[in-house]
Design a protein around this ligand. Sequence first.
Ligand code: 1CP
Length: 353
Amino acid sequence: MLIKNLRREHTDQTPMWLMRQAGRYLPEYRELRKKAGSFLDLCYNPELATEVTLQPIRRYNFDVAILFSDILVIPHALGLDLKFVTGEGPVLQKLETQSREAFGQSLADLENNIQNVRTFLNPVAQTVKGVKAELSAEKALMGFCGAPWTVALYMLDNKPSKASDVTRTAAYAYPDLFDKLMDILVESSFEYLSSQIENGADAVQIFDSWASQIPDTLFEKALLRPTLKLCRLLKNKFPQTPIVLFPRGLSESKLLRLTDEGAGLFDGLSLDYTVDLQWACDNLQDKVCLQGNLDPVVMLSNPQKIKEEAEKVLKIATQKPGYIFNFGHGILPSVPVEHVAVLAETVQNWQKS
Ligand code: 1CP
């Protein structure tokens, strides 16, 4: 059902998955997380990561499992120190950008490590294999990575959710080195996604969670060029594997530009919760499959409201073929599990008119 929708073919039902569906709102996740020790230990333990990936499928019968890993395993594989601190989130070693020489040297070190990405991330490939072996045939496994811009933010700025000053400064001060950083991330993400696809991922999503921070003047350099280059490499090697982009926080004109310039290079566009869904269906759905848009905070309200809001989305987005149910960003850890059951039931019972 996922693949058919990504090809914009008709299906009677609407496929569904939720960003961060395997995570802290699930008691069984918290339990297993305690056993694993650190978050990274969990990511790099194929047996436990397989189990965590499957937990939300078992509980809610979602159509799509998203691989359990993180976007920051790429910089980790490239040699930067990475820790996840409880209550704080990821702490990643920063690249040196004080001078052109220092930045250039940092990049040379990363570049030397591209050849190690596949070996370093082999445990994640083993997780893909493990999930695929247990997932029933009518369900799909989504692989993923971060988009070059969003991953670069974590390598340069301290709090990507708040500011991108260091990354933007680097793009202005050393435009050629910034391009080189994007290229390193394109190449290593290509290796990482290739290994996911070769081991059984049915589709892949590229998370550009902080695309909202890209200034207009850098849109081509930070998003269009690197992200579409990654898509082109994947399409050449795996023409049958659909690609979904999640460029969070782009304006309507930029979503249109991305969709036009990326025609044939990606298959699905995941919408954040600020996008006008009717506008997207009118202007984009004839070109790409749409995904998402429901405000994840709705899940903190009440069952009646959750049902109403989900049906609003379904009514608008399922008029044409090519829609995957999801949120406009990740599920919050404080969402009650029963509320997710209400959402799943609503989507699974929805009859297209
Ligand atoms: O303590 C814990 O258990 C850690 C919480 C957690 C989890 C469950 C983190 C830390 N990452 C993840 C898993 C994860 N991350 C998945 C697994 C699959 C699923 O969706 O169920 C995925 C797809 C991601 C992707 C990811 N990691 C993104 C892009 C999506 C998004 O949410 O915008 C980003 C930005 C990250 C970085 C990251 N990792 C973890 C946190 C808390 C963050 C965000 C930090 C920040 O706000 O800057």
